[in-house]
Design a protein around this ligand. Structure first.
Ligand code: NAG
Ligand code: NAG
Ligand code: NAG
Ligand code: NAG
Ligand code: NAG
Ligand code: NAG
Ligand code: CA
Ligand code: CA
Length: 909
């Protein structure tokens, strides 16, 4: 066997052995070394050969008288083992004296090397006893036989001497080999320490010259870790060991003497200390778990130590404590409550693993996987959809507002079949949930449709259904033309829809306008901003009980005067309607500003909120201002005023007076009508001769008369007279006169301060006309822009005397004349009092552009409660008013736009 392969074989064999030992497997020695039954010979056991029977040869014996000295044997032969200690007795020379038996004791012995020997034999002889002992250590290999000569002599008698031949053989001690007591030893040492292992090798027989060395180690680096004491064979470490790196070293210990060597194996087991904290497989451990499921997440921290040192305890250091726990012994994370993806999608924990005082940690990320465990949510919803009729077909209304908190699962939509005749009006896209109008059915929609449609939604497992209230309104040109807008302060479109204020406003408006709420169509919402606050512009139209559109004028003035009531009913702060772009007249000369509605964009506002869903879609009327020439001027394109009196339109002696845009006839007594054509003395009853339910009676003497219902006292049963208790009022359609106007009225009162007539918006910036009683005299106030002027007309004793007084107001050529009681002249036409019974005012500023430009309803009586107006001194009137005339035409109180608290007749007369 080549010597070089030996370590490899050795390594293998030893490795297995150590491992088995380390594993605790008891194993009998395979007896690699021969077990020798023979005990080594002891030096005192040296045997003598040829003992006894030795012939005593005395060469001088032939001479009887001659004394002789003889050795007891011819030849001395002895054996000694090479390992016999120095001084060991090998043999004893013995000579005796013949002839003189008595003087035997003086014999001395000596040994000498033979001449043939090179070196002196390593023996000595005791001169007295003849004992031959080893003098030095013997070595069989060096010399295995010594021959020498032994001499015996007697002191003082030189003749008496003899010699003998001595042969001493050195016995080879190879027959007693060097060996250890065991083939394998086991020793232990703690890791991390430097020092002796707790067991050592032992030789079968002591040998002072033996030298111990370490020859091999498995693993190899053990050679650098261990040292062996060459004399004692004690093994110790020179650097600390790490059990976790290697738990058992197999060392080959060799004992050497000069001639021999022996080897054994020392398995050094490293005792564990708890020097390793448990470690987790990863610094961050990510798990995914399904919601609602029970989770079992093993963290598997490992501890490199063994036994008790490797017992790991787990604990959650941070996070997840309300939902997760960890099993202290196994490190398995479990949930202790239901895990709901919809509540928490990810959990982060820090988990500790302890071993003794040591610990490791890991971050645990638990992701929750959604499952389809929640039903879709679908609440009842509402769609208010306004559109031009031609754009209804196929129009997308909205999307079914279903929500599903789960990400898993897709939603599918459908319509629950119903009995409504409009059930086929809409379709819903199965996938997108978009509701659109059926092309065919939409064509049948001529008027507003209100219907309930039930939709369903399913996520594949669960389902939900909800009803949709659909209000579908085809918005006609006529509807737009009759539409007005109100502005609501501090309300956003979303808020307006979400809080059901739309319905509140609709109800309030309908009630004030005496319309059906269903016939009041809010067809647009537009959010604008004013002074940083949201302002919602709500456009609507309304119809009366006969399904005719209410005029814009009527609606505007109603809102105007009923504003506070509408606010109270709807809970919304409503601004006076400023719908009319012509509010500030900008057309020149005789042209009129005409607001034109142009149907253009479609605006929409959506509100989606849980539990209260309204989708609103509107039609946005764009309005622009145009200047048009009123019909009557059309032939000359407003280039000049036409004198309508030129054609003498008034019959029966009526006086023609030009008005703003026409003429008026001032009829003599017993005549009436626009052209004084009605003749009460000569005419006959005709259809419409008596108004408001009055009976027309032909008189026997000719002519006719009207028998009027109570409260109607005009010639044709007009309502001309009214009592105004405190706070009561009447409103009339807006006056459109701009360059020429007459107003007259009779009143009777005892209050010293009060308001008779008022024309303006309350916004303080629009034109104003007002007739007041101030300190029993008549005051006329007017304003253009921000400047307010006031003129007074009076009468001695004042007007607060319960008598009738006549106020006449004439506006012409940019000048106003106010006259009280026709200036009460005497027969000579002289004015009776010192009071100015007539007053004049003119617009001092830019006269050329000053037009009466009020565009608001005419108010007779008190200003409604809560309305602001600071440009006049009085708001209230108590008394009677009759015969209000505008441009000489009686104002029929029965035709008022609104009436609040007035009473028929006049209690003073
Ligand atoms: C050495 O230590 C081990 C355990 O550490 C023990 O089992 C063995 O008996 C010890 N041996 C000696 C010789 O002390
Ligand atoms: C943890 O140990 C268990 C059992 O020993 C094994 O099934 C699982 O795969 C281990 N998990 C990790 C993350 O190592
Ligand atoms: C609008 O709301 C703001 C703040 O809420 C308030 O200060 C302001 O007075 C409101 N304006 C009106 C006109 O109500
Ligand atoms: C309100 O809307 C109407 C119609 O769209 C528009 O004419 C008017 O100018 C708007 N008013 C305001 C204050 O935006
Ligand atoms: C009327 O006046 C307008 C603008 O002032 C002008 O465009 C138009 O041609 C005029 N028509 C006639 C018939 O003069
Ligand atoms: C109005 O009052 C004046 C003065 O009191 C009186 O002369 C006149 O007849 C009255 N006119 C009408 C139409 O009642
Ligand atoms: Ca350890
Ligand atoms: Ca440990």
């Amino acid at each position: 066997m080549p010597a070089r392969t030996l370590p490899v074989l050795l390594l293998f064999v030893l490795y297995v052995s150590c491992e088995l030992t380390a594993a605790g497997a008891a194993r009998g020695g395979r007896g690699r070394g021969r077990t020798r039954g023979r005990r080594p010979k002891r030096p005192d056991e040296t045997r003598w050969e040829g003992d006894g029977g030795g012939t005593l040869i005395n060469h001088a014996a032939s001479n009887d008288v001659q004394e002789a000295l003889v050795f007891s044997r011819d030849i001395y032969e002895g054996e000694v083992t090479e390992d016999a200690p120095v001084g060991s007795l090998v043999l004893t020379l013995s000579a005796s004296q013949t002839g003189n038996e008595g003087s035997n004791q003086d014999i001395t012995y000596q040994i000498k090397k033979r001449k043939s020997e090179k070196t002196t034999p390593p023996f000595s002889v005791d001169a007295q006893t003849g004992d031959i002992r080893t003098l030095r250590a013997l070595d069989f290999e060096l010399q295995n036989e010594y021959t020498m000569l032994g001499y015996a002599g007697v002191q003082g008698n030189s003749k008496l001497k003899t010699k003998t031949k001595i042969t001493i053989r050195v016995l080879n001690v190879d027959d007693v080999p060097l060996r250890f007591t065991q083939d394998r030893y086991e020793a232990y040492i703690d890791e991390n320490t430097i020092g002796k292992v707790n067991n050592s090798v032992e030789l079968a027989q002591g040998d002072s010259e033996v030298v111990f060395t370490l020859r091999e180690s498995v693993p190899m680096y053990g050679i650098d870790m261990f040292r062996i004491h060459p004399g004692t064979g004690e093994v110790f470490t020179i650097t600390p060991l790490d059990r976790e790196e290697f738990a058992c070293f197999t060392l080959v210990v060799v004992a050497n003497t000069r001639k021999q060597s022996a080897q054994t194996q020392l398995d050094v087991h490293v005792n564990d200390l708890n020097d390793n904290p448990p470690t987790f497989p990863h610094h961050v451990m990510t798990f995914s778990i399904y919601e609602n499921a029970r989770c079992w997440l093993p963290l598997n921290a490992t501890d490199k130590d063994i036994g008790d040192n490797a017992i790991v305890k787990y604990g959650i250091a941070w996070g997840g404590s309300r939902s997760f726990m960890i099993e202290e012994d196994t490190g398995v994370i479990r949930n202790i409550r239901r895990i709901d993806y919809e509540r928490q999608k990810i959990f982060r924990l820090v988990v500790n693993a302890f071993s003794g005082n040591l610990f490791g940690y890991t971050r645990v990320v638990i992701r929750v996987i959604d499952t389809n465990d929640n039903p879709p949510i679908l609440n009842d919803f509402q769609v208010i959809y306004n559109a031009l009729p031609e754009s209804l077909s196929g129009a997308e209304l909205t999307r079914v507002p279903a929500q599903d908190v789960d990400r898993a699962g897709t939603l599918r939509y459908g319509i629950v079949p119903g009995r409504s005749r409009w059930n086929n009006l809409v379709k819903v896209d199965e996938v997108t949930g978009i509701i659109s109008l059926s092309k065919r059915q939409a064509k049948k929609v001529r008027t507003k449709v209100v219907t309930d449609i039930t939709f369903y939604v399913t996520d594949g497992v669960h389902g939900a259904q909800a009803s949709c209230l659909l209000e579908l309104t085809p918005v006609s040109i006529e509807m737009m033309a009759n539409g007005v807008s109100v502005n609501i302060l501090n309300v956003t479109g979303d808020n307006f829809l979400r809080s059901s204020r739309l319905h509140a406003l609709r109800d309030a408006l309908a009630q004030s306008l005496n319309s059906h709420a269903n016939q009041l169509v809010i067809f647009n919402l537009q959010e604008v901003a004013r002074d940083g606050y949201p302002l919602l512009n709500v456009s609507f139209s309304a119809r009366d009980l006969d399904n005719k559109f209410l005029s814009r004028e009527y609606i505007l003035s109603t809102i105007y005067f009923e504003r506070k009531r509408i606010e109270a009913m709807s809970g919304l702060p409503i601004l006076p309607a400023e719908d009319d772009v012509c509010i500030l007249e900008s057309c020149n000369d005789l042209q009129r500003c005409v607001p034109k509605k142009i149907l253009s964009q479609i605006s929409s506002a959506f509100a989606h909120s849980r539990g209260d869903l309204i989708t609103f879609r509107g039609v946005h009327p764009a309005v622009e201002q145009t200047c048009e020439c009123p019909d009557i001027y059309s032939f000359n394109n407003c280039s000049s005023v036409v004198d309508f009196c030129e054609s003498q339109p008034c019959s029966n002696g009526g006086t023609c007076e030009g008005t703003d845009g026409g003429y008026t006839c001032i009829c003599p007594r017993h005549f009436a009508g626009d052209n004084c054509q009605i003749d009460f003395t000569g005419g006959r009853c005709f259809e419409g001769a008596c108004k408001h339910g009055g009976q027309c009676l032909d008189l026997a003497e000719g002519g006719f008369t009207c028998d009027c219902m109570p409260g109607y006292d005009g010639q044709q049963c007009e309502m001309t007279s009214r009592y105004f208790p405190a706070g009561s009022y009447m409103t009339f359609p807006t006056l459109h006169q701009r360059s020429m106007m007459r107003i007259s009225l009779n009143f009777s009162t005892e209050i010293r301060n009060g308001l008779l007539l008022y024309v303006s918006r309350y916004s303080q910036v629009n034109d104003l006309l007002a007739i007041e009683i101030i300190d029993t005299q008549i005051a006329f106030s007017f304003a253009v822009g921000k400047m307010t002027m006031r003129v007074m007309a009076g009468t001695p004793g004042g007007v607060s005397d319960l008598k009738w007084h006549l106020v006449e107001l004439v506006y012409r050529d940019k000048m106003v004349e106010v006259m009280l009681d026709s200036c009460d002249r005497n027969e000579e036409g002289e004015i009776l009092s010192n009071f100015p019974c007539v007053a004049y005012a003119t617009q001092a500023l830019d006269v050329s552009t000053w037009f009466l430009d009020v565009n608001t309803p005419l108010l007779v009586g008190s200003i409604p409660a809560n309305q602001e107006e600071e440009r006049i001194l009085n708001r209230d009137f108590i008394g009677c008013i009759r015969d209000v005339r505008i441009d000489n035409k009686v104002l029929d109180f029965a035709d008022s736009l609104t009436e609040s608290g007035t009473e028929p007749g006049c209690p003073y007369y």
